[in-house]
Design a protein around this ligand. Sequence first.
Ligand code: CA
Length: 223
Amino acid sequence: MRLLLVEDDALLGDGLRAGLGQAGYAVDWVRDGEAALAALKAGSFGAMVLDLGLPRRDGLSVLQALRARGDATPVLVLTARDTVQDRVSGLDAGADDYLIKPFDLDELAARLRALTRRAAGRAAPCVIHGGIVLDPASRQVTRDGAPVELSAREYELLALLLDHAGRVLTRAQLEQSLYGWNHGPESNAVEVHIHHLRRKLGSTLIRTLRGIGYQIEKAGGAD
Ligand code: CA
């Protein structure tokens, strides 16, 4: 999943980018409020981690501008201010969750999982689709109870298609989610990953809509 990190502290930003990258996110990092708004305008992100004390435009004002233009990107606010009033202002401005610095990276990762799970409209931690179960906490996938070995990219692609089951995602959308700004994907990378997923999970799971994109159909029955 592509994540926008907005943090002006170089040391913390660097650590977060590395840690969240390790947790499987494609992290785009900007260091001030204006850059954050520009990034959000230019592309779509699965979630944003937003520091409040920022140069050029503070985090609260970024959040207000974002929500005012109808952007529903899930936002987790990082704040060094731990007064009740600051937390209330953040949540009222449209934050979905917050963490007070200093915080633990594992807790941040768990809160992001909960946030994106809610954004996808799921209450249960695991994604279940027919015989396929995907566990975002462990990043494990099983098919009919048997573990399936997926590469990091294959996992991300599957998670994304499952989160948007019933919708068609274009190749450009998938590439953006997988790679962010930093790595120019090879022109056929998505096709290759899809090919591998079909081999491992069955040929009928992912539909190709020629010239449009890819889709996993909504699972019938229990979800
Ligand atoms: Ca700051």
